[in-house]
Ligand binder design. Structure first.
Ligand SMILES: [Zn+2]
Length: 406
C-alpha cells in the first residue's frame, strides 16, 4: 500500500463522498436543549458506515437535561504496534436551523449544486466526519508499523461538550502518546493551522429602571437610555483595560460584542422600566476573565448611579483557554508537511476567537491542532461545504496518518 495509490482512491471517491454526506445530513443531530433528540440516530448510521476498523467503541452518555436521551460518542481504531493513536476528532451534532424562510432549500434535505453540498451541518462538522472517514478508509490496518489510526465522532460540541469530548477526556479515553487533530475551523486553501483559542465569557446585563408615560420621563428612570450609555462606556473601559493585540490571532485583539437584546415596550409613548442585553467577549489568553467581570461591574455601578437604575451583571458562560499548542512538536511538523504536500502551500500557525474541541485537550495539557480547508458558512442559513475541500482534507489526513502510523 503506497500513499500515492491511497490518494488516488480518495480522488476517485467523489461520488461516494457526496453520498455519505447526503445520507448523514438527512438525519438531524440536534441537542435536546435545542428541541432535538440528540445524535443517536446519526451515530447508529455512522457506526454502520465505519468498516475495516479493529474496533468501533460507542460510549453513550445520558443527556443532562433529558436523561432518557443518550448522547453517543464513537471511537474507531485501526491498531498499530506502537503505543499511541493519531486521532481525528469530529463532532456529530449541529446547531439549530434558525429561520427556515432564510433557507433556499430544506436544511435536512441536502442539495448538491455547483460542487457544493448545501444543508445544516455540512460544513460544521460534516466536512470533518466525512473527510476523516475517507482518510482512514483505504489505509491497510495490517501494514501499520507505528501508532494506531483513530477516528473520534463526538456529541455535544455545539453546547457544552460535557457529554462529548470532555466526558471522553475525563474518562481516560486518550493517552499522552496520542496525537489530536480537530478539523473544526478552516481557512481558505488550508493556509493556517489553529494552535490557540481566546478565553471566552458571555455576560448578561439586566437594567431595571422605572417605567412611566413618555411625556413625563422625569417621573421614571429610562432603562433603555441607561443600557445604551452602558454599552458605550463598557466599550471604552474594555478598550482601556485590555488593549493588547497579538498578531498571531485572527482578529488580533480581544473582542467585546453586544449581541442579544430583548424588546422593551410595545408602544412609543412608554418609557421602558426594564432592558436586558448580552455581550460575547473573546479575550486574548494573557488576560484574566475575572478582570473582565470586575470592569463590567464597576462600569455598571457608575451608570446605575448616574441614571437612577439598578444593573445586575450575570455571567452566562465562561471558558478558559488552554496552553497554546507547540509548533515544534512532531505532530505539528507532520501536519504542516502533509498540508504542503497536498496543497503545495506551507500553512502558518494562528490563534482564533472561536472555541473548538481542541481547547479541551489543551486545558488538559495536550497539544491539539485545528485544521481544514475552506470554512465560513457554519451556523448560517444555506450552510454548504465544497466537495473539493472534503477531498483535499481527506488527502491531507491520509498523508498525515501515513507519516505517523506507517
Ligand atoms: Zn463545529
Amino acid at each position: 500500500m503506497e500513499l500515492e495509490s491511497v490518494l488516488g482512491k480518495i480522488e476517485k471517491s467523489r461520488a461516494d463522498i457526496v453520498r455519505e454526506m447526503v445520507d448523514m445530513i438527512r438525519i438531524p443531530a440536534l441537542a435536546p436543549v435545542n428541541g432535538g433528540s440528540g445524535e443517536g440516530e446519526r451515530a447508529d448510521h455512522l457506526v454502520s458506515r465505519l468498516e475495516g476498523y479493529d474496533s468501533v467503541v460507542r460510549i453513550d452518555v445520558p443527556d443532562d437535561t433529558d436523561p432518557s436521551i443518550m448522547r453517543p460518542n464513537i471511537l474507531a481504531r485501526k491498531n498499530g504496534p506502537e503505543e499511541g493513536t493519531v486521532w481525528i476528532v469530529a463532532h456529530m451534532d449541529t446547531v439549530p436551523v434558525g429561520n427556515l424562510d432564510d433557507w433556499e432549500s430544506p436544511p435536512f434535505e441536502p442539495r448538491v449544486e455547483n460542487g457544493r453540498i448545501y444543508g445544516r451541518g455540512t460544513e460544521d462538522n460534516g466536512q470533518a466526519v466525512i473527510s476523516s472517514m475517507f482518510a482512514s478508509k483505504f489505509l491497510d490496518k495490517n501494514k501499520l508499523t507505528k501508532r494506531s489510526i483513530g477516528i473520534a465522532y463526538v456529541a455535544d460540541e455545539e453546547m457544552t461538550s460535557a457529554m462529548g469530548i470532555e466526558y471522553l477526556l475525563d474518562n481516560g479515553c486518550f493517552s499522552e502518546k496520542d496525537v489530536f487533530i480537530v478539523p473544526d475551523w478552516g481557512s481558505p486553501g488550508g493556509m493556517h493551522i489553529e494552535i490557540a483559542e481566546k478565553n471566552l465569557i458571555w455576560l448578561n446585563f439586566e437594567i431595571t429602571g422605572k417605567s412611566t408615560h413618555g411625556s413625563t420621563p422625569n417621573k421614571g428612570a429610562n432603562a433603555l437610555r441607561a443600557s445604551s450609555h452602558l454599552i458605550v462606556e463598557l466599550e471604552k473601559a474594555f478598550g482601556k483595560e485590555f488593549p493588547e493585540s497579538d498578531p498571531m490571532f485572527i482578529p488580533s485583539k480581544s473582542t467585546f460584542e453586544p449581541t442579544r437584546s430583548i424588546a422593551t415596550v410595545e408602544n412609543v409613548n412608554t418609557v421602558p422600566g426594564y432592558h436586558e442585553f448580552s455581550m460575547d467577549i473573546r479575550l486574548l489568553p494573557e488576560y484574566d476573565l475575572d478582570d473582565v467581570v470586575i470592569t463590567a461591574r464597576y462600569v455598571a455601578s457608575c451608570i446605575s448611579e448616574k441614571y437612577g437604575t439598578d444593573i445586575a451583571v450575570r455571567e452566562v458562560q465562561r471558558h478558559r483557554s488552554g496552553k497554546q499548542s507547540a509548533t515544534d512538536d512532531p505532530a505539528y511538523l507532520a501536519l504542516r508537511e502533509s498540508v504542503k504536500q497536498v496543497t503545495g502551500r506551507e500553512p502558518t500557525p494562528v490563534g482564533v476567537g472561536g472555541a473548538t474541541c481542541a481547547n479541551f485537550f489543551r486545558v488538559k495539557g495536550y497539544n491539539a491542532y485545528v485544521w481544514e480547508t475552506g470554512g465560513g458558512t457554519l451556523h448560517t442559513p444555506n450552510e454548504y461545504v465544497e466537495i473539493e475541500n472534503i477531498i483535499t482534507d481527506a488527502k491531507v489526513f491520509a498523508t498525515l496518518f501515513y507519516k505517523l502510523c506507517f
